[in-house]
Design a protein around this ligand. Structure first.
Ligand SMILES: Nc1ncnc2c1ncn2[C@@H]1O[C@H](COP(=O)(O)OP(=O)(O)OP(=O)(O)O)[C@@H](O)[C@H]1O
Ligand SMILES: [Mg+2]
Length: 601
């Protein structure tokens, strides 16, 4: 637990100065707070014993100081005490306020650094890493978990310094002022410690579970908000509400269970506090009657007793908070310590020579634990500049196959070569710049059309953007928008149609001037005429680019140099349209189903 907290503490970075200043200022505040009852007791004693000076060095020094200014007037000493106490209270207040500011600067800065680091880390994650954590869990870790750790950090540098210091000082002062009566405070400590450890041990396992349920809650929100339109069109609001309700109830139940245990914390504290006070009053009053101690010392003892118990109470709260955030810290460290599964090789190749692609005995499964291979024994050789169609039923691993080319996943067995070299030998950025993929689940981001296109090339000129949009048949509809290329695209591209979105995604991919262009079902929402126009433009304008087209429609791939038929993760056949239509049962079946009664589209 402490290993994780220590690792996280290193993210304080430039806010370290505030993290160091806070405990120092807090210590000064504690000293002031402990001196106030000391002088108050002196004042009471001084007045009660008809201006007899006590033995304490501080007191003697203070009284001789006041008498040197106004000699022979005991009331001036009383006034001096009042001024001193007010000054001490104000100083303590100022220290408290300054510590509050430095503490908040340190903890907010720490949380900012931690979030940034986590975010940057997730940017380096491969698809496999993301699959492992799940998106919703990553969101919880970056938000709720960081907030909890931030609060703990705040407590550690402020309250966790203040409470033990206050405790030690108050015990010391209690012994100085109250003598052996202060032993009452010592007796109660083991009782409290035992109680607190017992409570924390019981609550810890519940907190462990509750954060997993938080992930489920976030998953439910994310999925619902993301798919709101589908939810509405299928009138699934009630079902979704129920699902969310269950996830929310689960979190609530666990918190209630944890709180039921933690609820003993406060009563236990109060029980000890009142028991101690009762004993102090009982023995104290007897001692006063016997003349063993005087009222001033008794009042100091009561105040220190309060401070001791308050600091123990704060310590117990810190204990709970740290118990809770230890689990969050662990979850954050899991992300920080996760090795990106796809990394640059030690001496990477920066130049992709051409668009040749070779799959050599490739088998692939999505995770080590998966029983089934998504792809098995794939051997495929594509020459630079060729157009290759990939066809097959849903789930036949078409998308899986092409995701291996830009190294979105690494092969489990075998090799994928691009331009004659293993994809694992390339610098990832160079490889992905040369291999442009229009993913099946593509997204546009909020911003203008130009902003979105520039994802393909930051420095693209207007003329270049228009050229690629013409190639992707997007120019024709962009020109009909009032703001043309400056039209604002809403988050997720909700204000453009499915077909328009696909064409914008193709244009964006083309802007990279890739050596290999992969379209994963990217024209499924585009009408057949426009689909044909796009393919024709590709053939004429980018003849040297290797083009891989995954499609459900035979018409999208029939002109291709090669067509690969995939079936259940294996290559069933490779050939041209005319060859496959003769020899391949699957291809023939798809063809016939689409042409029954003439061309269906
Ligand atoms: N991220 C993933 N994690 C685990 N399994 C996956 C993942 N993505 C896909 N699969 C599995 O791999 C197999 C192939 O999926 P893939 O998406 O490649 O099929 P596809 O041919 O592209 O289908 P479609 O035509 O529907 O797009 C399926 O059985 C699928 O369940
Ligand atoms: Mg697919």
């Amino acid at each position: 637990m402490f290993k994780n907290l220590r690792q996280l503490a290193s993210y304080v970075g430039k806010y370290k100065i505030y993290a160091i200043l806070t405990p120092i200022i807090v210590s000064l505040e504690v000293v002031m707070e402990c001196l106030i009852p000391f002088f108050t007791a002196d004042l009471i004693t001084y007045v009660q014993q008809k201006y007899v000076v006590s033995d304490a060095i501080l007191t003697k020094w203070f009284i001789s100081f006041v008498e040197s200014i106004i000699p022979g007037k005991p009331l001036a000493v009383v006034g001096g005490y009042c001024i001193l106490l007010i000054l001490m209270a104000l100083t303590s207040l100022t220290f408290g306020a300054v510590a509050g500011i430095t503490c908040s600067k340190a903890s907010c800065g720490f949380a900012k650094n931690l979030r940034t680091e986590l975010f940057n880390k997730t940017q380096d994650f491969s698809f496999e890493n993301i699959d492992k954590f799940s998106t919703s869990s990553l969101v919880t870790r970056l938000t709720t978990d960081v907030t909890n750790v931030q609060q703990s950090f705040m407590m550690i540098i402020r309250t966790a310094i203040r409470s033990p210091l206050m405790f030690i000082f108050s015990i010391l002062m209690a012994f100085i002022r109250g003598g052996s009566m202060a032993l009452i405070f010592v007796v109660v400590i083991p009782v409290l410690l035992f109680g607190l450890i017992f409570i924390a041990k019981k609550a810890m396992p519940i907190f462990k579970k509750v954060f997993k349920k938080y992930d489920a809650l976030n998953a439910s929100i994310q999925e619902n908000v993301h798919g709101m339109r589908v939810v509405k069109s299928f009138v699934r609001e009630d079902h979704e509400s129920d699902k969310f309700g269950t996830a929310s109830q689960n979190v609530a139940n666990d918190f209630v269970r944890a709180d039921k245990i933690l609820a003993f914390n406060n009563p236990l504290m109060l029980l000890c506090m009142y028991a101690v006070m009762t004993f102090v009053c009982l023995f104290g009053s007897q001692a006063i009657v016997k003349g063993d101690i005087i009222i001033g010392e008794f009042s100091a003892l009561l105040t220190y007793g309060m401070q001791i118990l308050m600091s123990l109470m704060m310590l117990s709260m810190i204990f709970v908070m740290i118990t809770m955030s230890a689990e969050c810290a662990k979850r954050i460290c899991e992300v920080l310590n996760e090795d990106a599964t796809i990394k640059n090789p030690p001496s990477p190749v920066y130049e992709v020579e051409n668009g040749d692609i070779d799959f050599v005995n490739v088998s692939f499964k999505y995770s080590e634990r998966a029983e089934r291979y998504a792809l098995s024994d794939v051997n495929l050789h594509i020459k630079s500049g060729q157009t290759v169609g990939i066809i097959g039923g849903t789930g036949s691993a078409k998308s899986t196959l092409v995701q291996l080319i830009p190294r979105l996943y690494d092969t489990t067995v075998g090799q994928v070569l691009v331009g004659g070299k293993d994809v694992r030998d390339y610098d990832i950025v160079s490889l992905r710049d040369s291999v442009s993929v229009v993913l099946q689940k593509n997204v546009l981001f909020s911003g203008t059309i130009k902003d979105n296109l520039r994802w393909g090339n930051e420095n693209a000129t207007d003329a270049e953007m228009e050229r690629v949009c013409t190639l992707a048949c997007a120019d024709e509809f962009i020109k009909t928008f009032p703001d043309k290329y400056d039209t604002y695209i809403e988050q997720g591209g909700t204000n453009v149609s499915g077909g328009q979105k696909q064409r914008l995604c193709i244009a964006r991919a083309l802007l990279k001037k890739p050596k290999i262009l992969i379209l994963d079902d990217s024209t499924s929402a585009v009408d057949t005429r426009t689909d044909a126009m796009i393919r024709k433009a590709f053939a004429q304008e980018i003849p040297n680019t290797t083009k891989i087209i995954i499609a459900q429609r035979i018409s999208s791939v029939e002109d291709a140099d090669l067509i690969v038929v995939l079936d259940d993760g294996k290559i069933d056949s490779i050939g041209t349209h005319s060859e496959l239509i003769k020899d391949n049962a699957i291809y023939k079946e798809i063809y016939e189903s689409q042409t029954k009664g003439g061309k269906m589209e």
